[in-house]
Write a protein that binds this ligand. Sequence first.
Ligand code: NDP
Length: 460
Amino acid sequence: MKTVEKMEFSYLQQAKDYVDEVYEMVKKRNPDQVEFQQAVKEVFDSLIPVLAKHPNYMQQAILERMVEPERTITFRVPWVDDKGKVRVNRGYRVQFSSALGPYKGGIRFHPTVNESIIKFLGFEQTFKNSLTGQPIGGAKGGADFDPKGKSEMEIMRFTQSFMTELSKHIGPDLDVPAGDIGVGAKEIGYMFGQYKKLRGAYEAGVLTGKGIGYGGSLARKEATGYGTAYFMDAMFKDNGLSLDGCKVIVSGSGNVSIYAMEKMVELGANVIACSDSDGYIYDENGIYLETVKRLKEEEQGRIREYIKEHPHAMFKEGCSGIWEIPCDIALPCATQNEIDDSAARLLVANGVKAVGEGANMPTTLEAIEIFLENNILFAPAKAVNAGGVAVSALEMAQNSARLAWSFEEVDSKLYEIMNNIYTTSTKAAEDYGQPGNLVLGANIAGFIKVADAMIAQGII
Ligand code: NDP
């Protein structure tokens, strides 16, 4: 064996051993955090070639440093319900990395929120934010509060109490939260109001996803969904395919799902099914999106109500059955681990061409393996759903400059950013010997920028 080859071989083995060792440490130190472990495993498995090529990352203990958040804040959120009863929830903010800029990432209100979920989201967010090419670090936060069934006043009181503590840890140059599941423009508005009152200053850039009238950006609401569609379009074109007439299934019917559906239809595809946490609707000739939008955005209704207005369509209880419908493109846009190995096998057997993770980590590790083995075009979350945070960073830029750009201006920047993310991830996959593997490409491209910034900034 030639010396260079021998050296590369030895670094490859060293990189595999290093990744295994750090992953074992992650499991040992975070024994109950299965979602966090899953997110770390997905990233680590992709990094072996880059670590072998740049052993300096191993010498600098970059992985050990990256898996430990810079700061984790857990706090009590007391509030009073409409009956006068005192309730207590648990709030979180995990500030993962400030290597590239102020911490940035959404807030989730959902009963399933715990430290593992917030850490997996914050870890992923760091690489996603890096991929956008914008100067933002990674964070995530939330609370195990269930907004479902709560009155307007209860939501406001809870959100204000949450912000009373969170306000001590955020700021326009420090940490800039946004929305996520259960946190939309309304909750952001309440949070912003409370922050402003506590600070006694109008710091517009402290939160993104604000209302348009007080510092929000046009196209932020649409950004994650539109960005997902732009990314799928770029991937299809690059592979000599077209979205025209493709049958699409989108899980969920929240912010990401609605605007992914809207843009996919505009780009020529036909969305035939979507869901909420009760079940899914199937409308074989194409979903009437205006009905879904009205039900979900205006009336806070349930997806089952769709069939009252469109009786030819079908509603089925349970969310996982949606993946049994034959389609060309599957866009899981609801929540983590929606597509497991059996759903993945069904999708492949039914001829799916592409899968795009609109939600964060909606596909299990086993399911990703099945898609990659079967040469299905697979767009990982940190690349395909980065449009939301990208436009959040544009909102920060507008707030700093005290300017408001037009919808078209923001949308065209979003389009460009999504196409850049596609190109960067594709190139990294090629450079590291696995053309077309965007899981590997996105992880590597996101990782390198963060790792290099950490090395440049010293051991801190
Ligand atoms: P929303 O709260 O607006 O919507 C979530 C949707 O998913 C709702 O329709 C909800 O139904 C549905 N849902 C929840 N659990 C399930 C389930 N098990 N099966 C089927 N549907 C389910 O959240 P977002 O659209 O903002 O977020 C969705 C995903 O996208 C999350 O993973 C989030 O982290 C990710 N994301 C969001 C971004 C954003 O800008 N908003 C940015 C990047 C990623 P129900 O109404 O019944 O609860």
